[in-house]
Design a protein around this ligand. Structure first.
Ligand code: C5P
Length: 228
């Protein structure tokens, strides 16, 4: 089976609070999403990468993406939700992908994806009947808040993991799962709704999602430290 990647990048990044969508903010000398796409395009196991952009995206054409090579395809058909954007990517991949090919869905907003993380996911799931996701065990103590923002309960963290991306499933299964469950916040959620149990492959906290401005400095430090 082949491995394809879909990168939803049609979000407006409203929590970040910047006029430029966060995927285009400068990070270690490149637009943020350049790092994300480079990790996937440069990985030998990945055959092709579809980046799903908003139809109104005015930023993409401002940059030079040629360093990413020939694996990259653009889809200017992102939707109102992340799941809809992923579904657009799956439609674009239809000509290339067979039912049992693997699809890795990866957030544009996770620029610190390292080759070793893709290696681990691909190797650990190679013979898996369902597929799975990178995830990390929850480190902090969790509180359930009441309406006054007071801690009403402590949620035991045993067995709780934070889902990351990439999330890797068979093309056919993922298409069916998202068609049946379009309101999920990640692909694994749609797979679970089919009654299947995605494998949790241990990732690393450095694969953070840039959501708030402070995340950008952290991502920059992580990328710079890898340059040695
Ligand atoms: O907003 P959040 O960081 O959770 O988004 C996760 C990923 O999904 C981002 O890469 C974002 O660009 C993408 N997304 C999308 N289409 C949407 C909403 C989010 O492609 N409508």
């Amino acid at each position: 089976a082949r491995h394809y990647a879909i990168v939803p990048a049609a979000g407006s990044g409203s929590r970040f609070g910047s006029d430029t969508p966060k995927q285009y903010l400068p990070l270690a000398g490149q637009p943020l999403i350049h790092h994300t796409l480079a990790a996937l395009c440069r990985h030998p196991a990945i055959d092709r990468v579809w980046v799903v952009l908003s139809p109104g995206d005015e930023w993409w054409r401002e940059y030079d993406w040629s360093a990413l090579g020939p694996k990259l395809e653009t889809v200017f058909h992102g939707g109102a939700t992340r799941a809809q954007s992923v579904a657009s990517g799956l439609r674009a991949a239809q000509m290339a992908a067979a039912e049992d090919d693997w699809v890795l869905v990866h957030d544009a907003a996770r620029p610190c994806l390292a080759a070793a993380m893709i290696d681990a996911l691909v190797a650990e799931l190679a013979d898996d009947p369902v597929g799975g996701i990178l995830a990390v065990p929850v480190a902090d103590t969790l509180k359930r808040a009441d309406v006054q923002q007071r801690a009403a309960a402590t949620v035991p963290r045993d067995g709780l993991w934070q889902a990351q991306t990439p999330q890797m499933f068979r093309y056919g299964t993922l298409c069916r799962a998202l068609a049946a469950n379009p309101d999920v916040t990640d692909e694994a959620g749609a797979i679970e709704a089919l009654g299947l149990k995605p494998r949790l492959v241990k990732g690393d906290a450095s694969n953070l999602k840039v959501t708030y401005p402070a995340d950008l400095s952290l991502a920059e430090a992580i990328l710079r430290s890898r340059l040695g």
